[in-house]
Design a protein around this ligand. Structure first.
Ligand SMILES: Nc1nc2c(c(=O)[nH]1)N[C@H]1C(S)=C(S)[C@@H](COP(=O)(O)O)O[C@H]1N2
Ligand SMILES: [Mo]
Length: 337
């Protein structure tokens, strides 16, 4: 292991890294009480409980055996808050293919993420299908400390490892008609229990989309690791998208296809709940979700409350994408302003 890697690892060994899942659970319950949020869709704070791993399957099992990844720290992305502890981030997730609760890790044991193929197709000159292992081996990886904001008002700050999405798109050579990008996650009904139950959010595989300029933005990260290692399955192994200026659901996990298209694509949550989850979904404190305020966010693990920032604080990178629009423009954020 390189010195650089060791140094970057020790940076993350904060006291909070010892926080146990029990603390997470307690904070979560406090959080539920504080917000008084209930309902369907993206707000099932109430789900869960400690669930139902196979006998002896532990959170530790989802972290052990992850290969370390070499990366160069990208110094442009400093944080205004402490990193979320590794085990906290790995034990409070949204991954509806496995469960509508936050307790995803106990459900991923059977999920096979190797080998994995990723197709880049559609309106491109150079369609290509990568073996993800080779794709990762062939990239210069960067480590970026990003804030991350879920539409449900929880937040974290984590060291992702990946590379800019624009690299893949440029290699594929988009045709002039390509104006949007559509992402598709996996379909493995035998490994993802909710995909197999025939009812819950029955629109699989998960799909998302961006405009091509959004996808080409420097911030849009093809993500293959976190905390100096490959992604644990609950974080969307082996390859996912992270868009730190948008609500978390815009970044699909465990993707299998990136397709360039001419028309604005439909998206999973917008199709299921068009009044609540917009195509744009840029983080905006002044656009409440129809069922809760977006003024504040709660940090996972510590429970700290912080004011939400427009574009999650990344306006210097992305505000130009939405320049000139009116307050009422959904690109500015969604909800009853
Ligand atoms: N395929 C897929 N991708 C997904 C989701 C999902 O349910 N399925 N949930 C989204 C939501 S709502 C959030 S907040 C983030 C959560 O990422 P994390 O669990 O790594 O924190 O993943 C996003 N990507
Ligand atoms: Mo989310």
């Amino acid at each position: 292991m390189s010195q650089k890697l060791e140094a970057s690892q020790s940076r993350f060994m904060l006291p909070a890294d010892e926080v146990t899942p029990e603390h997470v659970w307690l904070n979560r319950r406090r959080f539920i009480q504080a917000l008084g949020v209930a309902g369907l869709g993206l707000s099932p704070w109430l789900g869960g409980g400690r669930a139902l791993a196979g006998p002896g399957f532990t959170l530790e099992d989802t972290l052990k055996g992850l290969a370390p990844l070499k990366s160069r720290p990208d110094k442009r992305f400093g944080l205004d808050r402490p990193l979320t502890a590794r085990r906290v981030a790995a034990s409070f997730n949204n991954f509806y293919e496995f469960t509508p609760t936050k307790n995803v890790w106990p459900k991923v044991e059977r999920f096979q993420t190797k080998p994995w193929r990723l197709e880049i197709s559609g309106l491109v000159k150079n369609p290509v299908t990568y073996d993800v292992k080779d794709l990762i081996a062939g990239q210069k990886l960067e480590e970026r400390l990003y804030r991350f904001r879920c539409v449900e008002a929880w937040a974290m700050a984590v060291p992702w490892i990946g590379f800019p999405l624009h690299r893949l798109l440029k290699q594929a050579l988009p045709l002039p008609q390509a104006r949007y990008v559509r992402f598709r996650s996996f379909l493995k009904r035998d490994q993802a229990p909710v995909q197999n139950d025939g009812s819950t959010y029955n629109l699989w595989p998960y799909f998302e989309g961006l405009t091509l300029p959004e996808a080409m933005n420097e911030l849009a990260l093809v993500t293959v690791g976190i905390y100096s290692h490959e992604l644990p399955k609950q974080h969307g192994a082996p390859i996912r998208v992270v868009l730190p200026w948008k609500y978390g659901f815009k970044g699909p996990k465990s993707i299998t296809r990136i397709e360039l298209v001419a028309e604005q694509p439909r998206t999973f949550w917008n199709t299921l709940g068009p009044d609540e989850y917009d195509f744009w979904s840029n983080v905006n404190p002044d656009k409440p979700h129809p069922r809760w305020s977006q003024k504040y966010e709660r940090m996972l693990g510590t429970g700290d409350s912080r004011p939400t920032q427009l574009y999650n604080g990344y306006g210097s990178y992305v505000a130009h994408l939405y320049a000139g629009m009116q307050e009422s423009d959904p690109r500015f954020g969604f909800g009853k302003g």
